[in-house]
Write a protein that binds this ligand. Sequence first.
Ligand code: BGC
Length: 710
Amino acid sequence: MATDIHELLNSLTLKEKIGQLQQLPPFLYIADLKNEVYGTVRDLGITEEDVFLSGSVLGIRNASEMIDVQKAYLKRSRHQIPLVIMADIIHGYETIFPIPLAMAASFDPEVARKAARIAAIEAQTAGIHVSFAPMADVSRDPRWGRVMEGSGEDVCLAKAFAKATVEGFQHDGIEKIGNMASCVKHFAGYGKVQAGRDYHAVEMSMNEWYNTYLPPYEAALKAGARLVMAAFNTFNGVPASISPFLMRETLRDRLLFDGVTITDYDSLQQVIAHGAAYDQRDAARLGMTAGIDIEMGSATYVKYLESLITEGVIDESLLDQAVLRILELKRDLGLFENPFKGADLDAEKALVRSEAHLQAAEKLAETASVLLRNDNHALPFMTHDTVALIGPYARSRSTNGGWSWHGDIEHNETLEEALIRHKATISLVSDADNKEALSDHDKTMIKAADVVVLAIGEHWRDSGEARSKSMIALDEGQIELVRFAKTVSKRVVVVLYGGRPLVLDDIVLADAVLMTWFLGSRASSVIARTLLGNISPSGKLPMTFPKNNGQIPIHYDHLNTGRPNLRDGNPYVTQYIDVQNEPLYPFGYGLTYADIVIKDLQVDREIMAKGDVLHIDLTLQNNSDVTSEDVVQIYVRDVVSLPVRPVKEMKAFKRVKLSGHQSVVVGFDLGPEAFSYVAENGHVILDSGLFEIHAGMDSQKTIKRLIEMR
Ligand code: BGC
């Protein structure tokens, strides 16, 4: 019989109810707390009793640890409410998929859905019930290290990926073994931290809030995400974790979210450092008032909620609502029936890093690399071409990228091993990451090779949390390596690793540049097969690559100014005097080994009534012999509006496969939401008047038609 959570709530003491709101690390339940002098318990200022009253756990290593923790907890618990186990399962558990930004580059939400699905199946064997993903923060500033965890700069893409990720984790119901509850984060606006510096302030106009930053979180919630994590940042002056506007008015009242809210690590206590509270008691009061249910990383609720309630400062009904939401989650996860749900040593052996999962990781990484340039068909090369493979990633196994705690890089192949396995002819391998590290012998071999492959880029630790950079440049030594290679070789290929867009500088001297991000467990095999032409690259940039650091933040869907740059010699226009406005590579850009073009953009009506669905047809034509996938993108512009609307906004996209010289007609339907926006007061507006419909293989070069909305 299903547990009656209201009855259960009524049976709890005030202290027990407050305990449900506390999240703690797993080792506390199995450590000798009496002798625990160094750490968490002392820092948090909690007691051993508090540990065994707490409601949830952050992070678990494996099934046996989960079983030990839950057993130890239940042995001491009067009420027998199981702990719910939460963890960061971001792009895989032990089988690692491409980093989220790379998955977004596939422009194929199915990639994210399948990756989340397998991640859930694996993580469930360790008894992990909640995944702290997806990160639905739109991010337009590549200096922010966390851009790797999201889907980039575009609203339409971020919405589609947030939705698919939630659906992948939760699948056909969180009660079932193999599925997990999804926690969308970081609410809200975290991707807009000032100057790309992590944890910094966020100032947000209501125009960008409703039209750019809010929609992906909304999409995750519509897809059924059961939890929401608050962000570290202030949002228009108020720390997100205690923001009534975000946590109550937006989440509960506007979006009708009735699931669990959780702080980010320590973010409730951090409101003191923000200057929003004098002390922890004040922080607890503000958190409960705003509607934060679970406290992660600090313990202000456990220490102060009891007195706040007994002294009448906080109404106990607020606490009851929070506890009910947590009990509801535990009930729906099936934890009352089986507190060890999922944790299974046999399943762990059979499923984690299974060959089937690794093969899926390879398949799902195939569409993520972005070919930025390919002069004179430098790529692909043939198995008989001699290859000089140089650079820090030539023999590296660090292809998982950040946020892959359970993934062990030792299992990964190196690029050298993968190229050899795929029958490439390697004449030289060197880890040199600058010209000086090359011996005379190396230089001779580089000169003699048919192709020089430079496997270079950012260190994997350079992206992720607390990895902001003021300059997104590559090491000067690596750039020098490209310059040198180009002076002695006619065919220089750069394989570029990174967790963010990069300023490429002279990297573009190379004949070909393939952006491969961090593609996970099977990265090297996918890259080798791409270099050898077994896969045609077909990823598209989910974030703009700027020409230099000063162009940041830069994104394609900007507003026009009253002084657009018409390039007619007038200097009083919107421009820099030292660099063009245009980026190096725009959003949506990426080449393939084929030559696929768009033509014949047709709309089924030139005059639309509000509420109509516009049907678009276009032809994709492959002018080459090569079979390839490519991604066609549809953009809309509301020509005249108040407030003014962006120069273009992506509203739909499709990945299409074409064989050599094939032409296909591709259709799209654009409903009213593709033409509407949200006004500052939160109301949805659908303007009358002219709209441009653009189709392109990137956001810059498009063909267009005009329609009128009446
Ligand atoms: C991060 C979150 C993460 C949490 C728990 C925080 O530092 O901001 O994204 O889910 O830690 O690991």
